[in-house]
Design a protein around this ligand. Structure first.
Ligand code: AMP
Length: 396
C-alpha cells in the first residue's frame, strides 16, 4: 500500500477527498475552521513535492441539486487565508469547467471543486460519476475520516480508478493509528464511557465493548433506559421503551463475561428541558413524574471518576448530560477532567464522536487527552469491528 509520506507527487495532480463540512454563520463566514486546518499537512506535502491539488468535499445535506447556502464557494477566502495562497474554484465538481481548470493546473496550485452532494450520484456511489471525478487527476488521496464509513462516489468508488496511485492522507492515517492503539494494545483496566441521547444508536458499540472492556460506564440520556429496565422509576426522563430488553440483555451478557457496568446512582433532575428549569439532585431510580434526569449527580461523579482514574485505557463517546445547557454540564466536565487526570498518569485516552469532541473542545482539554477522533459514526463503526468501505477501498 502506498503512503502519502513516501509518494513523490512531482508533476502529479492529486485529487483529495477532504472533509470541509464546516459550520457557517448567517453571512456564510466559517465559524470553526478546524477541519480546514486539519487538511493542511496533506495539501502542503503534495505542493512541496511539486504537485498540484484538487480538493473535493461535501457541505451540509443539500436535498435536490445545488443550493446556495451549501456552496463551497463560501469557504474559498478562508481556505486561501489558511493556505497562504489563492485557491481556484470550479462551480461544478464535474463537467467542462472542472476539466479545463484541472487540466491547466500548474505545480503548486490548488483547485477547489463545488459541493459533491449537489449531484445525487455522490451518495449513491455512482460509478460513472466517480469516473468523471477520477478523470481530473493522476492520484487519489482520501483524507476524510468522517465519511469513510460511507460507500460514496468520492470516498470509496473512485479508488478503483487509481489501482496503483491511491492512499490515505495524514489525517486518516493518524485516525487509524489512534483507534488501532485502543483496539490492539489495550492496557487493562480498560474503561469505556458511553453517553449521549440514545441506546439505539450505541447498541453495537456496547456489544462490541463487552468482549474488550473491564468497565462500561453508561451515562447521558441513554442511562434511563437501563434504569427503567432494572425496574426503576425515571419520571419523564428520556427513554426508549423498545430497547428495555436490549438493556437487560447487555447487562446479562456483562455479568456472564465479568464486565462491570456502572449506571450513575444519582442524577440532576429538572422540571422541564431547559436551562431555566428548576433542578435538584435525586436518586436515579426514584424520579417523580414531571421531572427528568439531565445530568449525573455528585455521588456518581465521585464514584465514576474513581473508576476512570484507576484505568489504563479509556474510550469516551457521548456526553454524561445535556452539556449544552450550563446547569447540566457539570457531569460531563467532571468526567472529562477525570480522563485528563488519568491520561497525565499514563493512561491512553481516546475521545470520539461529535458531541464528546465538542464537549472536550468547549472545555479546552483536547490537548490533554491522548487522541481525539474527528469521525463520529465512522469511529464507532470502526470500533465495532466493521470494515469501513472508504478504508477497504484504499487497502484493496
Ligand atoms: P449522541 O449524539 O447520542 O451522543 O447524543 C448527544 C446528545 O445527548 C447531546 O446533545 C446531549 O444534550 C444529549 N443528552 C445527554 N444527556 C441527556 C439527558 N439526560 N437527557 C436528554 N438528552 C441528553
Amino acid at each position: 500500500m502506498k503512503t502519502i509520506e513516501s509518494y513523490n507527487f512531482k508533476n502529479k495532480k492529486a485529487i483529495i477527498r477532504v472533509d470541509f463540512n464546516v459550520p457557517l454563520d448567517k453571512e456564510y463566514n466559517v465559524t470553526d475552521d478546524s477541519r480546514i486546518v486539519a487538511a493542511i499537512p496533506t495539501i502542503m506535502k503534495i505542493i512541496s513535492d511539486g504537485g498540484s491539488v484538487i480538493l473535493m468535499s461535501h457541505l451540509g445535506r443539500p436535498k435536490d441539486g445545488p443550493e446556495y447556502k451549501y456552496s463551497l464557494r463560501h469557504i474559498i477566502n478562508h481556505l486561501s487565508k489558511v493556505l497562504g495562497q489563492n485557491v481556484k474554484f470550479a462551480e461544478d465538481c464535474i463537467g467542462k469547467e472542472a476539466e479545463e481548470l484541472s487540466a491547466s493546473l500548474k505545480p503548486g496550485e490548488v483547485l477547489l471543486l463545488e459541493n459533491l452532494r449537489f449531484h445525487k450520484e455522490e451518495e449513491k456511489g455512482d460509478e460513472g460519476f466517480s469516473k468523471k471525478l477520477a478523470s481530473l487527476a493522476d492520484v487519489y488521496v482520501n483524507d476524510a475520516f468522517g465519511t469513510a464509513h460511507r460507500a460514496h462516489a468520492s470516498t470509496t468508488i473512485i479508488a478503483k480508478f487509481f489501482p496503483n496511485d491511491k492512499m490515505f492522507g495524514f489525517l486518516i492515517a493518524k485516525e487509524l493509528e489512534g483507534i488501532d492503539k485502543v483496539l490492539n494494545n489495550i492496557k487493562k483496566p480498560f474503561t469505556a464511557i458511553i453517553g449521549g441521547a440514545k441506546v439505539s444508536s450505541k447498541i453495537e458499540i456496547l456489544n462490541n465493548l463487552l468482549d474488550k472492556a473491564d468497565n462500561i460506564i453508561i451515562g447521558g440520556g441513554m442511562m434511563f433506559t437501563f434504569v427503567k429496565a432494572r425496574g426503576g422509576k425515571i419520571g419523564s426522563s428520556l427513554v426508549e421503551d423498545d430497547f428495555l430488553q436490549v438493556a437487560i440483555d447487555i447487562e446479562e451478557k456483562a455479568r456472564k463475561l465479568g464486565v462491570n457496568i456502572f449506571i450513575p446512582q444519582d442524577v440532576i433532575i429538572a422540571d422541564s428541558f431547559s436551562n431555566d428549569a428548576k433542578f435538584k439532585t435525586a436518586v436515579a431510580d426514584s424520579i417523580d413524574e414531571g421531572w427528568m434526569g439531565l445530568d449525573i449527580g455528585e455521588k456518581s461523579i465521585k464514584e465514576l471518576s474513581g473508576v476512570i482514574e484507576k484505568s489504563n485505557t479509556l474510550l469516551w463517546n457521548g456526553p454524561m448530560g445535556v452539556f449544552e445547557m450550563s446547569n447540566f454540564a457539570a457531569g460531563t466536565k467532571a468526567i472529562a477532567e477525570a480522563i485528563v487526570k488519568s491520561t497525565a498518569r499514563g493512561a491512553f485516552s481516546l475521545i470520539g464522536g461529535g458531541d464528546s469532541v465538542a464537549a472536550i473542545n468547549q472545555l479546552n482539554l483536547s490537548d490533554q487527552v491522548s487522541f481525539v477522533s474527528t469521525g463520529g459514526g465512522a469511529m464507532l463503526e470502526y470500533l465495532e469491528g466493521k470494515v469501513l468501505p472508504g478504508i477497504q477501498a484504499i487497502i484493496d
